[in-house]
Design a protein around this ligand. Structure first.
Ligand SMILES: [Fe+2]
Ligand SMILES: [Fe+2]
Length: 377
């Protein structure tokens, strides 16, 4: 005869599965905030999401274990906690991977700058209220609808963040140039590019202020203290490989996009900045090409194989998108024709320009390598 206490359903299993399932809607809310909230809060939401996912996983596992124990003791029951606990426990890591991916994706998106990476993660500064980085002409935005103004503000703020990140990115290049004994012309060019990126950032903040009617500035970037040079190979190889992807391909592409955006832009202040960015990003790409050529002259046996590998890997280089993941909600509410008149092209144009530039970069590197081989022969 079974003891009455053994026949009762195990409340522990039910509590565990209830807690596990309770966390799911909470995580959905946090995920929504990650998608639609301000970029400055993204890291907070990500941490909260990961903590909740951890709780969901633990409760799910506890529910499964409690269900299995109940089933062993009674020979029946416990199936609900096992099924729902398993689903909940499996959903937690899947959600966590998605959230981390979203967070990484949100740091991408179109912008006119050289990427800044620390520990393999692309960085740009978070924003807060302030005006010490705002300097430049402002657009005439008084007649625009609120949704259009908010979208344009968000897009120019994103560009400002990326332009700002380009400044330490060029500082790192200058550091590496000194390490390998580069000539004064290249060192000057690298510093000039950094100064131009400062100017781009300030002018992007000014355009954002004109569209949004409020000003923002940058938060400190303590992650820059975690690492800087990130050398995986010898510095000549690092400079060569990064110059091909981040410089030759990306900054030439930036110039292509900015140039086409300028041609469709009807707002005078915005158009002027787009033209300036197109011109100066082209110069930054030219700097990278000049650096690659100098590196080949300096040590062809080390640099040429690295360039060949770099050009093969270009296919997998992530293309910047016209709008970052976190801004897509805001931009979707705006009128696409208004965005175009204010110099914002759809992502299809970015994709098309990327493919053309990719082919051109690949051809140019291969011509360079062919010339080296011909001279050696
Ligand atoms: Fe640049
Ligand atoms: Fe720039």
């Amino acid at each position: 005869m079974t003891a009455p206490t053994e026949a009762r359903p195990a409340p522990f299993a039910l509590i565990a599965v209830a807690l596990s399932l309770l966390v799911v809607p909470l995580n959905c809310v946090v995920f929504y905030l990650m998608l639609d909230g301000p970029r400055s809060e993204l890291d907070t939401w990500l941490v909260l999401f990961l903590m909740l996912a951890g709780l969901q996983f633990v409760f799910g596992v506890v529910a499964v274990v409690a269900g299995v124990i109940e089933r062993r003791r009674n020979g029946q029951g416990g199936l609900g906690p096992i099924i729902f606990g398993s689903l909940s426990a499996l959903g937690a890591p899947a959600g966590a991977v998605g959230a981390v991916f979203l967070s990484a994706l949100s740091s991408m998106g179109g912008a006119w700058g050289r990427p800044l990476r620390v520990k393999g993660r692309q960085l740009h500064p978070n924003l807060r209220e302030g005006a010490d980085w705002t300097d430049g002409d402002r657009p005439e935005a008084g007649a625009l609808a609120e949704a259009d103004r908010r979208a344009l503000e968000a897009l120019w703020l994103h560009d400002a963040q990326k332009e700002h990140a380009s400044v330490p990115a060029f500082s790192r290049i200058s550091w590496l140039l000194a390490a390998v004994g580069a000539p004064a012309e290249l060192m000057t060019w690298s510093h000039r590019a950094a100064m131009e990126e400062i100017d781009h950032a300030r002018r992007c903040f000014a355009l954002a202020a004109g569209y949004g009617g409020r000003t923002f500035t940058v938060e400190p970037m303590p992650d820059l203290l975690l690492g800087a040079l990130e050398l995986k190979d010898d510095p000549l190889v690092t400079l060569a490989v990064e110059s091909v992807s981040d410089g030759c391909q990306l900054e030439d592409f930036n110039a292509d996009v900015a140039g086409e955006c300028a041609t469709v832009c009807e707002e005078p202040a915005t158009k002027r900045l787009l033209e300036q960015i197109a011109r100066e990003e082209r110069s930054h790409a030219d700097f990278s090409w000049a650096l690659v050529e100098w590196l080949v002259q300096r040590d062809a046996p080390r640099v040429v194989p690295a360039l060949a590998r770099a050009v093969e890997r270009l296919e997998g280089y992530p293309r910047p998108t016209a709008v970052s993941a976190e801004k897509q909600g805001l931009v979707a509410k705006a009128d696409a024709s208004v965005l175009r008149r204010h110099g914002r092209l759809p992502d299809e144009r970015w994709a098309a320009l990327w493919d053309v530039r990719l082919a051109a970069t690949r051809d140019r590197v291969q011509r360079l390598l062919g010339g080296v081989q011909a001279r050696a022969a």
